[in-house]
Design a protein around this ligand. Structure first.
Ligand code: FES
Length: 387
């Protein structure tokens, strides 16, 4: 009893200072490091979060980035803080990732007891718990294996790639523990259970439309956009997002008209289009009145779903352009099928002899970032020398 109260106290204290909010008493055999960009938990963290994004050259390349990045971060802080205030004061991404990780590990202990106990860790790129701090925490726990599991199902060098590069950076400065076997799950865009959970989320919204209108509801899949510069270097993201959309539609037996659009563009340079808001306007002009927005590249709610999709598009824009009815499919969050998906991705990976995906090891055909070359060489070395 006392132990459990003490544990709960520590969970909340450690959570506040930014470490992974998981049990610190169980020694895991397998650590699952869940990588994501993260989001500010309070409006006070917004500036530093934006600063880290704007100065990360894997994420965004700006001229004189050392000066321009901090300037943009400073300028955008009040506007972004206002948006976080409007969704309740902060990002729920840490809460969701911890819930997903805890449930995933419970499931893994059941379906893969030979690799248990499993323990999840959260590694964020731009806010606490930072990946670098979490790696130190994992080392203290001394697991036999560490599975580095990207929480971006579709791979982009700007997001997943940046997180993987940060692990490489950490071990450039710190000694790699020799007794831990590392392996990588870099993408899982077409996993059948991931596809199924998106289909379930869509069906749960479709049922809310009047029966006579249901089959004409446009499913507007929306993913974070990417600069065309990155796309033209050969970034896999657009094709992997397209693959997810196609599989979800197949699961739904192509029940409705659908389209893929791209949201959250920043700055004046060209990005992937059509933008989600332009797609909505275009469809309304062409006589479509009912929509479901589907955040196909987000596994949990954050500002892009709660503010951009829910407030800016489903509420404000929909009223302005005369949409009849619009719904937004929930992100996978803690849907039981999604938890099974996470556990299955990891269990299948653990059972296989593959520690790394050959696709991960090859650079974009027109990559100009020397860090990618160094980082991929390092992953090849650590994963292959462990076989
Ligand atoms: Fe894709 Fe470097 S930008 S590997």
């Amino acid at each position: 009893m006392l132990n459990s109260i003490f544990h709960r106290l520590n969970v909340s204290r450690l959570g506040k200072v930014g470490f992974s909010t998981t049990s610190i008493y169980n020694q895991p055999k397998t650590a699952v490091l869940m990588l994501n960009m993260g989001g500010p938990e309070t409006t006070d963290e917004v500036h530093d979060y934006l600063l880290r994004i704007m100065t990360d050259r894997d994420m965004i390349q700006l001229p004189v980035q050392g000066k321009l990045g901090p300037w943009i971060a400073q300028r955008r802080t009040p506007e972004v803080q206002k948006k976080y205030k409007e969704i309740g004061g902060g990002s729920p991404i840490l809460k969701w990732t911890n819930t997903q990780g805890e449930l995933m590990c419970k499931e893994l202990d059941k379906i893969s007891p030979e690799t248990g106990p499993h323990k999840h860790y959260v590694g964020f790129r731009y806010v606490r718990p930072f990946t670098e701090d979490t790696l130190s925490e994992i080392e203290r726990d001394k697991p036999e294996r560490v599975v580095i599991f990207s929480q971006y199902p579709q791979y982009s060098c700007a997001t997943s790639g940046s997180s993987f590069n940060s692990i490489y950076d950490h071990y450039k400065k710190n000694k790699l523990p020799s007794n831990i076997k590392f392996s990588v799950i870099d993408r899982w865009a077409t996993h059948p259970l991931l596809v199924k959970v998106f289909a379930e989320r869509i069906k749960a919204e479709l049922i809310k439309f009047p029966e006579d209108k249901r089959k004409d509801v446009v499913l507007l899949f929306s993913a974070h956009s990417l600069p065309l510069k990155a796309v033209n270097r050969g970034d896999a993201y657009p094709s992997e997002v397209g693959a997810s959309v196609e599989m979800v539609m197949k699961e739904l037996v192509y029940s409705n008209p659908h389209c893929l659009a791209w949201q959250s563009k920043v700055g004046p340079l060209p990005w992937l289009e059509p933008a989600t808001d332009d797609a909505l306007k275009g469809y309304v002009k062409r006589g479509h009145k009912n929509f479901i927005l589907v955040p196909i590249a987000f596994v949990n709610e954050h500002i892009e779903t709660l503010h951009e999709l829910d407030i800016e598009y489903c509420d404000e824009l929909a009223k302005e352009i005369g949409v009849e009815q619009i719904k937004r499919a929930a992100a996978p969050n803690d849907h039981p099928i999604f938890i099974q998906a996470l556990a299955d991705v990891v269990a299948t990976h653990l059972k296989s002899n593959k520690l790394i995906n050959p696709k991960f090891l090859i650079r974009c055909p027109l990559c100009v970032n020397p860090r990618c070359s160094e980082s991929k060489g390092w992953y090849k070395h650590i994963c292959q020398s462990a076989i």
